[in-house]
Design a protein around this ligand. Structure first.
Ligand SMILES: [Zn+2]
Length: 238
């Protein structure tokens, strides 16, 4: 076995310079093994490249989808903003014409004085549109209300300002402590009118709404918390 050899003859057609390649079987085995390993490596590389390429393709598709959704979201926000402006203009015309608007949010806030402990009423002096409701599954801990920038933001209950500050996500924000473990938070404001420690009354303007922090369009992010836990503000906004 060890002495077995194979001879390859390379014969050019003009029959000159015939070459002989003598190979031992052992060498042939080694050569075959090396070729096998190379072949397997190449196949594995091709297969994993295919997977990576497929994944990259999916990532690109998801990015496009995300961009499309973001654009759509911005459009919806813009439409809501326009509606809010139209509504505001309509209310202005009505008040100029001497007609009293049926229900102004400010009145809601004042009416709620009968039960002063829990936050109650609309946190702005003008109507706006809820563009994103409270959704704990989605991680949205409050409601988003689309309103034009510089709309007065009002405290929905009396209390003490626990935090008045700036944040990369919340922008210019105010947190107020109320009785009975209630807390309210007002975010993405253009500017704040109260500082930490200030005592505020229900209906007091504490900030002007805006588009600061992580926000794609002017809106107020309003939160109600009970004993530190965000709860759905909707029942408290009537
Ligand atoms: Zn929000």
């Amino acid at each position: 076995m060890r002495d077995k050899h194979l001879t390859l003859l390379v014969v050019p057609h003009d029959e000159h310079n015939v070459r002989q390649i003598r190979l031992s079987y052992r060498r042939l085995q080694v050569l075959a093994a090396v070729l096998g390993v190379v072949l397997v490596t190449v196949l594995v590389a091709i297969a994993s490249y295919g997977r990576v390429a497929a994944r990259a393709g999916r990532a690109v598709a998801l990015e496009q989808e995300n961009a499309r959704l973001e654009a759509e979201n911005a459009k919806v926000n813009a439409i809501a903003m326009n509606l809010a402006r139209t509504e505001q203009a309509y209310e202005q015309i009505r008040s100029m014409a001497g007609l009293t608007p049926d229900v102004l949010p400010v009145e809601d806030v004042q009416q709620a004085d009968a039960e002063p402990r829990s936050p109650r009423g609309w946190p702005l002096t003008t109507k706006g549109f809820v563009t994103a409701p409270f959704d704990s599954d989605e991680g949205h801990s409050g409601v988003d209300i689309a309103v034009p920038s510089n709309t007065p933001v009002v405290a929905t209950a009396g209390g003490q300002v626990r935090e008045s500050g700036s944040d990369a996500v919340l922008g210019e924000y105010v947190v107020i402590d109320h009785d009975d473990g209630y807390e309210t938070m007002y975010a993405h404001n253009a500017n704040r009118l109260v500082s930490t420690g200030a005592v505020v009354e229900r209906g007091q303007t504490i900030a002007y709404s805006g588009n600061t922090g992580r926000s794609t369009a002017p809106h107020l992010h309003y939160e109600v918390r009970r004993r530190g836990e965000p709860i759905d503000p909707a029942p408290y906004m009537r």
